[in-house]
Design a protein around this ligand. Structure first.
Ligand SMILES: [Zn+2]
Length: 278
């Protein structure tokens, strides 16, 4: 499980400077830029054919660009209506199937909204649905990792503790750690000591393997009393990315760091350069 590739830097979606807005062109552009990974964004729906996914997967393998994918935003495993929960499960399954054709190893998603329910009730609903999703995928021979993300709004299920608990409880589930969201949600988690305490908590709950195959989102962020308002470029925000990079370096964290800033590849390259210089 341990990755020998170190920490790879890439973008959330196709780089803005890509010649064409296709996954394939995006992968080529990632390689030209000297980045090493890309998260394919299915946030508005899984809109790629199986053939196109397989073709893009071949390019990714050839160019040694590691891929992951982000499932649609329209997911709520705690929706009131059973048909909305079923549709949410389908969107996650669909993302997992297409990502497997892309050669990706994990998918990221926002699991649920609290809908004013008690957090442990929401946890139980999310857990049951993720267990169904994972067992369905395994029956299809799909071994993809399902990564619930730490979310930025207080109305969204997905604190660090909640995401780590699911990861500990269900085989095939691992965390997606969005540091901008952790910051926006709490107003804390923006210093070296706070970043290392997150890393210690991950290691303490899931073991060293979790730090050897981490999945991180990072960007600047604007937030208010209810949490996340919008993502910002690092230059426009007070997010302490240098101390985050130092913490990741000191803990010898391996895996993928996906930049979600509006200055997409510029900020991914900025993080990669600073990380290498530390
Ligand atoms: Zn996300």
């Amino acid at each position: 499980m341990a990755s020998k590739e170190g920490l790879l830097f890439g973008t959330a979606g196709i780089p803005l400077s890509s010649k064409a807005q296709s996954t394939k062109a995006g992968i080529e552009r990632i390689r030209e830029l000297g980045l090493d990974c890309m998260e394919v964004e299915f946030v508005l729906g899984v809109r790629i054919s199986s053939q196109a996914a397989e073709a893009a997967g071949e390019v990714a393998a050839k160019r040694r660009v590691k891929l992951s994918a982000h499932a649609p935003y329209y997911v709520n495993l705690n929706a009131r209506e059973p048909e909305k929960v079923a549709a949410s499960r389908q969107r996650i399954l669909q993302t997992a199937r297409i990502t497997s054709l892309l050669g990706g190893k994990s998918i990221v998603f926002h699991a649920a909204y609290y809908m004013k329910d008690a957090p442990d009730r929401v946890h139980a609903a999310v857990k049951e649905n993720i267990e169904q999703i994972v067992s369905g995928l395994r029956q299809e021979g799909n071994s993809i990792l399902i990564r619930p993300e730490t979310t930025g709004k207080q109305s969204q299920f997905g604190t660090l503790g909640e995401v780590l608990q699911l990861s500990a409880e269900i085989d095939g589930v691992a965390p997606a750690i969005d540091f901008a969201h952790l910051y926006a949600r709490t107003g804390a988690v923006n210093s070296y000591n706070e970043f290392t305490s997150v890393l210690r908590k991950i290691e303490g709950t899931l073991g060293r393997e979790a730090l050897d195959d981490i999945h991180i989102h990072a960007s600047g962020i604007e937030y208010g009393p209810k949490g996340e308002i919008r993502h910002l470029a690092f230059a426009d925000s007070d997010f302490n990315y240098i101390e985050l990079l130092q913490a990741l370096k000191d803990f010898k964290v391996n895996g993928m760091l996906i930049c979600e800033s509006p200055s997409l590849e510029e900020d991914a390259l900025l993080l990669q350069r600073i990380y290498r210089e530390l």
